[in-house]
Design a protein around this ligand. Structure first.
Ligand SMILES: [Fe+2]
Length: 155
């Protein structure tokens, strides 16, 4: 898989923007079913970071000359899930985000996007920071699961 066109990259980044929002919707429903405490602190941090990620993606998409598609909120129902199963669901979003950004970074032919060198550097910087940030999120969720003796190794 190779990405060598600015419009295609912008659309693929739009999906990431949607995924960031979808995960926030999932966390919102998770918080309803999880008691306040360490889990809450970590999930609220991830939710805050996702808001930052969305502004980074908006910037990247603007560099590519496109706009974000509007997204509809998603509903999740964790009411029948125990705490570990809810956190495993959140871990799946983090795995997705990490590998998605990693694939885009590794498979985009940035020099073929017909952009100024400065814009290419900015785009690379944004995607690279997102990869690092998602790796931290995976560690955060893994730690929460390990606190309860669950080993959920993603990377
Ligand atoms: Fe994340």
């Amino acid at each position: 898989m190779k990405v060598n066109n600015a419009s295609i990259l912008a659309s693929l980044l739009s999906w990431a923007y949607h995924a960031e929002g979808d995960e926030e919707d999932a966390i919102y429903y998770a918080l309803i079913d999880i008691p306040p405490g360490d889990d809450w602190d970590s999930l609220m941090k991830i939710m805050r970071d996702n808001e930052v990620h969305k502004t980074m993606l908006e910037e990247a998409i603007a560099i590519l000359g496109h706009k974000i598609y509007k997204r509809e909120p998603r509903k999740f129902d964790f009411s029948g899930f125990d705490r570990n199963r809810i956190l495993e669901s959140i871990a799946k979003w983090e795995k997705f985000a990490y590998y998605y950004y990693l694939y885009l970074y590794r498979n985009t032919e940035f020099d073929n996007l017909e952009l100024e060198a400065e814009s290419i550097e900015k785009l690379k910087d944004i995607i690279d920071s997102l990869i690092k940030w998602e790796k931290k999120h995976i560690e955060i969720v893994n730690k929460l699961l390990e606190n309860f003796g669950v080993r959920y190794r993603i990377i």
